[in-house]
Design a binder for this molecule. Sequence first.
Ligand SMILES: NC(=O)c1ccc[n+]([C@@H]2O[C@H](COP(=O)([O-])OP(=O)(O)OC[C@H]3O[C@@H](n4cnc5c(N)ncnc54)[C@H](OP(=O)(O)O)[C@@H]3O)[C@@H](O)[C@H]2O)c1
Length: 214
Amino acid sequence: MRVGILGSGLMGGKLGTLFARAGHEVVFSYARSEEKLKRLASAAQGKARAGTPAEAARDADALLLAVHWSRVGEVLKQAGDVSGKVIVTCSLPMNADNTELVVAHTSSGAEALAEMAPKARVVCAFNTIPSEVLFGVFEAKGKAAAPSLLYCGDDRTGKRVAAELIRDVGFDPVDAGPLRNARYTEPFAMLVAHLAYGGKKGPEVAYRFEWWGK
Ligand SMILES: NC(=O)c1ccc[n+]([C@@H]2O[C@H](COP(=O)([O-])OP(=O)(O)OC[C@H]3O[C@@H](n4cnc5c(N)ncnc54)[C@H](OP(=O)(O)O)[C@@H]3O)[C@@H](O)[C@H]2O)c1
């Protein structure tokens, strides 16, 4: 798959690297320096390159949106036409100091994104785990029980693509239903962040749902 990374920071940089290691063709875009994008691409140990958001979006089978909420409008503008594109968003609708969700309860960041890009196939995923656990989960792939990862969306193709990427990183994708259920997964992501950064055990935390007796 060709995967464009929109926002190559903690989440985008690591997920893009793991997508490349899993065999996908990755374009890293949107960081404050092109040097950083090139460094990420050459360290990815796979098919990866640096580009602009427009280059990342062109020919992409999937786009990962991984920017601060305040940058979503700008990065989408730079990406250009995303009609028909699968956009997997891990971006949480946070305020400037990352303490509160600014969209919640009656809507969600993922639904707001779908309104901003109405012709894209928006899926909400990778938002409920801290970046610090990603490499560990990838390394444990096939050796330990996979942790769960919630994803939700309204588009069947988008969800299939997201589930594949989730599996490639080493998680067990858990279909959380329609995009409106991001109203529940986004606050859950805040809880996971609290456990990761507010607890004593450190940020390498993942979770697993079990259907008892199944
Ligand atoms: N970090 C986590 O564990 C985590 C977990 C779940 C969800 N999330 C959500 O995922 C999203 C991304 O989080 P993150 O932690 O990956 O953020 P981040 O590390 O700050 O990455 C954001 C990316 O956007 C780039 N950027 C910011 N301003 C820019 C500008 N003016 N011009 C060009 N590039 C710019 C940054 O560039 P530089 O690389 O140059 O800084 C960076 O590559 C957020 O919405 C967050 O709420 C994060």
